[in-house]
Design a protein. Structure first.
Length: 317
């Protein structure tokens, strides 16, 4: 891993305290004091704080979370277990109050009294989504933990592939339980639309996300293994063939891999739709990648055959 990736992750985490400092200094003379900090369901202000106290409280939380994120970014360079996941979580914790602080002050700019500030619906929605995007960026920039230390198994295959022969295998796994949970969660948001629609939007997006990941599609081809979610097969994660040491089948227990969806744990990374059979890849760095898929035996055999052919072509050079 190059040094630029953890450096970029650290810069993403550091944006949160910088935003608090920058917005606070830029708008300190343009907002009422005290400032609004809470709105009721009708959108009226029902809570205020002195600007200095509000800024100090937010800065303390954001600064501490950013420091934790930076420490975990440094630990991820040593491939410490769950350091990348922890850094992403700490980044989210730093960005959320920072983004809400910025949204509050922007909404309060040039308003005489805190009670006159209306609920900034769109800015708050953006401030809720941005921390998740920042956490995702940090998670993708940082490496996972090192392998278990056990020898990396060597691929063997009874299937022989000719040079230049193109092959493709596609399989899926689905979970009715996740689909039902997503539908029920979506129906449960209906009352929120009549009370506080921003919460309904957030809950509706969560319901769509749960229902979307109930289907996992696995594609094996000459380039490697691609795993995607939902009917549109997006988003997609690709494992290059050159990074794969071997493949096997196994029983995927969601809780051992961190839960359902796209997970990262001490076991490795996983795309989990349901409990049961799946494809388990061992990578050359000792990490593992698992994906639930029905009848994974042909997929494992094909991956091993592709790896064997790739190794043979390297040896022949």
């Amino acid at each position: 891993m190059t040094r630029i990736r953890p450096l970029l992750a650290a810069l993403v985490a550091l944006q949160a305290p910088l935003w608090v400092a920058g917005v606070g200094l830029a708008l300190r003379d343009d907002v009422p004091d005290p400032v609004p900090t809470h709105w009721d369901l009708a959108g009226d202000v029902d809570g205020t704080l002195a600007l200095a106290g509000f800024t100090a409280a937010v800065a303390a939380v954001v600064g501490l979370a950013a420091l934790v994120a930076l420490g975990l970014v440094a630990a991820s360079a040593r491939r410490a277990p769950l350091a990348a996941l922890g850094a992403a979580g700490a980044t989210w914790l730093a960005w959320l109050p920072a983004a809400l602080y910025a949204a509050t002050l922007f909404a309060s700019a040039d308003v005489a009294r805190a009670e006159e500030v209306r609920l900034p619906v769109l800015p708050i929605l953006l401030a809720t989504l941005l921390p998740f995007l920042a956490a995702l960026v940090v998670h993708r920039l940082l490496p996972g933990p090192v392998g278990s230390g056990r020898p990396v198994p060597v691929a063997t295959a009874s299937l022989a592939l000719a040079d230049g022969e193109r092959v493709v295998w596609v399989g899926q796994a689905s979970s009715r339980s996740l689909l039902v949970v997503g539908v029920v969660l979506g129906l449960g948001t209906a009352p929120l639309w009549f009370a506080v629609w921003p919460a309904a939007v957030a809950a509706g997006l969560a319901a769509i996300a749960v229902a979307w990941v109930h289907v996992v599609t696995v594609r094996v081809d000459d380039a490697g293994v691609a795993v995607s979610w939902g009917p549109a097969r997006w988003p997609r994660v690709r494992i290059d063939l050159a990074d794969i040491a071997s493949a096997a089948t196994g029983d995927i227990e969601p809780l051992r891999w961190g839960g359902w969806g796209y997970r990262r744990s001490t076991q490795g990374r996983a795309a989990v739709a349901r409990r049961g059979e799946g494809l388990v890849l061992t990578l050359r760095d000792g990490q593992r990648f698992a994906a639930t898929v029905d009848r994974p035996e042909p997929a494992a055999e094909l991956v091993n055959a592709l790896v064997v052919r790739l190794e043979a072509s390297r040896t022949a050079r």
